[in-house]
Design a protein around this ligand. Sequence first.
Ligand code: NAD
Length: 490
Amino acid sequence: MSSTKLSFDGGWEYAPAPQDTSHISLDDRYGLFIGGEFVEPSDGRYFDTINPATEQSLASVASAGDKDIDRAVRAARKAYEGPWSKMSAGDRGKYLFRIARMLQERSREFAVIESLDGGKPIRESRDIDIPLSAAHFFYYAGWADKLDYAFPGRDARPLGVAGQVIPWNFPLLMAAWKIAPALACGNTVVLKPAETTPLTALKLAELVRDAGLPPGVVNIVTGAGETGAALVNHPGVDKVAFTGSTAVGRAIQKSLAGTNKKYTLELGGKAANVIFADAAIDQAVEGIVNGIFFNQGHVCCAGSRLLVQESVADEVIQKLKDRMQTLIVGDPLDKNTDIGAINSKAQLERIESYLGLGREEGAEMYQGGSATPETGYWCRPTLFTGVSQSNRIVQEEIFGPVLAIQTFRTLEEALTKANNTPYGLSGGVWTDKGAKIFKMTQQVRAGVVWANTFNKFDPTSPFGGYKESGVGREGGLHGLSAYVSLEAGQ
Ligand code: NAD
């Protein structure tokens, strides 16, 4: 994989630092992973998954139809009623530990494939996505034989077959979030990755097979929205776990009404990062950059709104602009890259339409970062000033490296503005004063609020939203309870 010399308006030039790709292997074509083996889709349909940095096809991937979904759900049911429920909880845990260790052993291969398929910088897939995915398997492996301690006095029983649908922004990590707690609690799964990023889930299928899991415990089916809808609506599914957009989450919730299926929905966000005048400004600027430009802003909990106290607004915005000038946009496989490729052409068009909208709404736009390559899907880091609360770029999720900046005078005003959104997934507060941290973290209506840091994840910590950001929690003990029914203890 070649890399050109990187330069940007800041003046320095970095020599390319390309990640070696010789150790990865990708097939030209992937079938559906059902009942422990890769099988052809029943109607023979395939689609290409594209490298968004080169616009080249990486592999051809099966598109699962209704018959395939039925077959996958039956395979999962058979495994649930067969070997998986007969196995001791301790042995179930051993399989999860094995998956975690194998992921660690093959972490570089998974990281490279994640960056190729999704466009995220190798630094992120290498240092965040893959290690965190392994950490989730380790964490839930430990719980498998300790459910009595997780739910004292209750008898925690698995739900059955889980139908799981995930998005493209953290493909392997979202798969780990879904599969690890489900298996730890004794369920079996059918998982559908996003159509633009199926490859690490398919590599995970290979790993699951190599780990010797009984056939049918984990099934991976690929396809687009129709495939996802067929899965969540299949009568053989007992539990639905969905991560994706609020619009699709709403449609799923409607379709599940009146059924006995348990569900969790992890949806969109429009988080406010609130900077008080007494904050450590340089650290806060790094936190803002990490909060919105990390992973191209393809982060549900991204700090896509900045609320900065009026007295330091000019200083913060200037420092932010200076820092944005130094950000390197380009080849995801170069270790210098800060901002990789936008995941798909459709997503780039969506982001660009919001850039136009912001200007139409009268906001002032500023873009930093290096010049972008000619081929591929790219967006330079962007901020808007002069926005008002009712602007669509303040209210709606853009899911790109785009920051809307507002100012405030008092803590109460910051709170009102932070909460004035249909979403409630995350938030951030930067201040030197503990009292302000407590006030803000208690009153910002969001599932997670970071203080003097941003975008930190841990498998032991629950994650999920209020309002239109979703229903239920994943991660930690909360993540276990989504996969069990709790009966009265003996
Ligand atoms: P999306 O809703 O378009 O797609 C998500 C997944 O759902 C994909 O696998 C897709 O194929 C599938 N899907 C599409 N239509 C479906 C239907 N009718 N029934 C069942 N499945 C269907 O979202 P996206 O564009 O892939 O992802 C971006 C969104 O995900 C953003 O809104 C982001 O905030 C959200 N997200 C939320 C979290 C969280 O934890 N809250 C995490 C990551 C992403």
